[in-house]
Design a protein around this ligand. Structure first.
Ligand SMILES: *Cc1c(COP(=O)(O)O)cnc(C)c1O
Length: 458
């Protein structure tokens, strides 16, 4: 008999979690204005709001915390982190920041100016925020196939080279760099192929533009290249990562994802001019250059996390758990962005709640229903997150409307996956009876989904 697959780690410490009653959840969610970001974590049974900063550190990482050097300048932990990043990416210059958006803020303060256009595959919301906040434009050049949630192709996060070239031809003078997000979070945690990264590089060279990788999940992207792209099966994750970054000028990184730390981020680049231009903003916004918003101990834990999470076994355990949840949803016929992504399942809310009009936010409505059903907290990645068009102030209904179930790294077991799938099935089975959604009572002008207040329609 073939042995079944199991995790590449065992559990050394546990944290109790608590169930609640539907009546309690009705009350709590009402008090939270039907925005799950406003719930207390104790009011949640299984928390899938994000995979960011929610992973479980290893024993080696916890041990690393004790070895942190908290010197203000020139800390040993900074050089350990810098050496690890250089070894994994080939990038010479490293600026630590307190998280990914801070890396964006520091680097974009130098690179992005009013009237600029930054083309790429679906920009992440904070990335778009940092571009639009500077009165520049984030131009989405993702392949059209990414929008067909039921289409099964291996690299659905790719940049469309034709769209990118058109942008370079028509708006070239306004383009400071090309941005590739690996994996493509907004399109469903979908990977970008090495072939596509090479095509982007070739276009960048043709038009004399640099390339920046938004690298939060670069290790998961490397796993997909290894398992799906021809010619990479025999290469290690570290070799693939090195090859990917060889095609970029620099990276921003939210270390809270594939670094498996609770807080942290960095900029890394081979360009001295980027480093020189950005470093003053690091001192201004984050901190001195050898800590940039991180503790010494956190830099130590991050160096270890980056090393561990660029090993195949760790990534295989992670990605196969996401695939396991997807397989359960397949059994129940629940539509999600196919194939399953690296860090999350994105349920296609408009195909589940077919009776809720888009003006009433189907994915947010599904998020609410799942929480009420079983205390499971997902996150809307849809019309609310898309914010309003900065020029017309109209809601943007042209993208996907998804419920994201982000799976924290090394935190939940497959039994939790079974509960999640069953709860979704219960909502799915009564989908015909859900005909009304929510309306916005109050919203912030930018990045509204964190603080929006909603009313439930009936
Ligand atoms: C999370 C994330 C960011 C922002 O990082 P934070 O650490 O949350 O500030 C940027 N880009 C992508 C693709 C992300 O997933």
């Amino acid at each position: 008999m073939e042995l079944p697959f199991a995790e590449s780690w065992k559990i050394k410490m546990v944290e109790p979690i608590r169930k609640s009653t539907r009546q309690e959840r009705e009350q709590w969610l009402k008090e939270a204005h039907y925005n799950v970001f406003q719930l207390r974590a104790e009011q949640v049974y299984i928390d899938l709001i994000t995979d960011s900063g929610t992973g479980a550190m290893s024993d080696r990482q916890w041990a690393g915390l004790m070895m942190g050097d908290e010197s203000y300048a020139g800390a040993r932990s900074f050089f350990r982190l810098k050496d690890t990043i250089r070894r994994l990416t080939g990038f010479e210059y490293v600026i630590p920041t307190h998280q990914g958006r801070a890396a964006e803020n520091v680097l974009f303060s130098y690179l992005v100016h009013e009237g600029d256009v930054v083309p790429g595959n679906s920009h992440f919301d904070t990335t778009k925020g940092h571009i639009e906040g500077r009165k520049a434009k984030a131009l989405d050049c993702t392949i059209d196939e990414a929008r067909q949630t039921q289409l099964e192709i291996p690299f659905k996060g790719n940049v469309d080279p034709a769209k990118l070239e058109r942008a370079l031809q028509e708006q070239g003078e306004h383009i400071p760099f090309i941005l590739v997000t690996i994996t493509n979070n907004t399109a469903g945690g979908q990977p970008v192929s090495m072939q596509n990264l090479r095509e982007v590089r070739a276009l960048a060279d043709k038009y004399g533009k640099p390339v920046l990788f938004d690298s939060a999940r670069f290790a998961e992207n490397a796993y997909f290249i290894k398992t799906r792209e021809e010619g990479y099966a025999g290469k290690s994750i570290k070799e693939i990562a090195r090859e990917m970054f060889g095609l970029a000028d620099g990276m921003t990184m939210s270390a809270k994802k594939d670094g498996i730390v609770n807080m942290g981020g960095f900029i890394a680049t081979r360009r001295e001019d980027w480093y020189e231009g950005a470093k003053g903003y690091c001192v201004q916004y984050e901190g001195y250059l050898t800590y940039g918003g991180m503790n010494g101990r956190d830099m130590e834990a991050l160096a270890i996390g980056l090393d561990e999470n660029t090993e195949f076994d760790n990534l295989e355990t992670r990605i196969r758990q996401v695939a396991y949840l997807a397989q359960k949803l397949d059994e129940y016929g629940i539509p999600y962005q196919r194939p399953a992504g690296g860090h999350a399942i994105f349920v296609d809310a408009t195909r589940v709640l077919t009776h809720v009009p888009r003006e009433e936010f189907p994915a947010q409505t599904l998020t609410i229903e799942l929480y009420l059903e079983a205390g499971i907290r997902g996150c809307e990645i849809g019309y609310l997150l898309a914010d309003r068009d900065p020029m017309t102030r109209q809601n943007r209904f042209d993208g996907l409307d998804l419920l994201r179930l982000a799976i924290p790294r090394r935190v939940y077991t497959d039994n939790h996956m079974n509960v999640i799938a069953a709860a979704l099935k219960n909502v799915y089975d009564r989908r015909e009876s859900i005909t009304r959604g929510v309306r916005i009572a109050w919203e912030a002008p930018l990045m509204r989904h964190f603080t929006v207040q909603l009313e439930r329609l009936s």
